[in-house]
Design a protein. Structure first.
Length: 197
């Protein structure tokens, strides 16, 4: 196998940036948490999202490397689990209230971490990027892992942008949280629908 050509790597980066910055369950949860709880209280959840992202991308590299025959069945089951979890998040966001008085909000590491394990978008993202841009040139485990780490880093950067947006709109969100939560919950419903169609 040969090295991945520069024009393929460029296409890989374009695909990765577009996919990472589009709204998805992790980005929407990060935005909602930053707007509702603030940056400081959201840090555990954000770290869970980031850690989960890297873990899932490493799993994608291993899947593509060694168990590609089983991927359709694994992804099919994860699709339904992911849609169910996203529906739960939509319900939770629709009913949530902002933290105005410094009280405790649920922004746990595990909530963010588990979200990534049922977030079918990032599995499909990682697997599509590898099979579409990399495996035609290399199936080395180390090459696959390297590309997935790049994807996770781009995804983490995108989530930080969404967190920044949530922090920036916090004062507006506090005044209009019902409408904002409804919009975010409906966006998550669309994410769940797109997984199931």
């Amino acid at each position: 196998m040969s090295a991945v050509p520069g024009h393929v790597i460029s296409s890989f980066f374009v695909y990765s940036f577009i996919n990472a910055f589009t709204p998805g369950p992790g980005n929407l949860l990060a935005l909602n948490t930053a707007a509702g709880c603030g940056w400081k209280k959201g840090v555990p959840l954000f770290l869970g999202i980031f850690t989960g992202y890297y873990a899932v991308q490493l799993l994608c590299a291993l899947f593509v490397y060694g168990v590609s025959a089983f991927l359709p069945e694994v992804l099919e089951g994860m699709r339904y689990a992911g849609a169910a979890y996203i529906l739960w998040l939509a319900f939770h966001i629709a009913l949530s209230r902002p933290d105005r008085d410094g009280g405790e909000k649920s922004a746990s590491f595990w909530k963010g971490f588990v979200l990534q394990f049922v977030n079918v978008k990032i599995y499909l993202f990682g697997i599509t990027a590898l099979t579409g841009y990399v495996t035609g040139y290399s199936t080395s485990l180390w090459v696959l892992v390297l590309f997935e780490l790049v994807i996770a880093t781009i995804g983490t950067g995108a989530t930080l942008v969404w967190i920044g947006a949530g922090t920036a709109i916090r004062s507006v969100y506090l005044r209009h949280f019902r409408l904002a939560n409804l919009i975010l919950a409906l966006s998550l419903l669309e994410c769940a629908y797109s997984i199931l169609k």
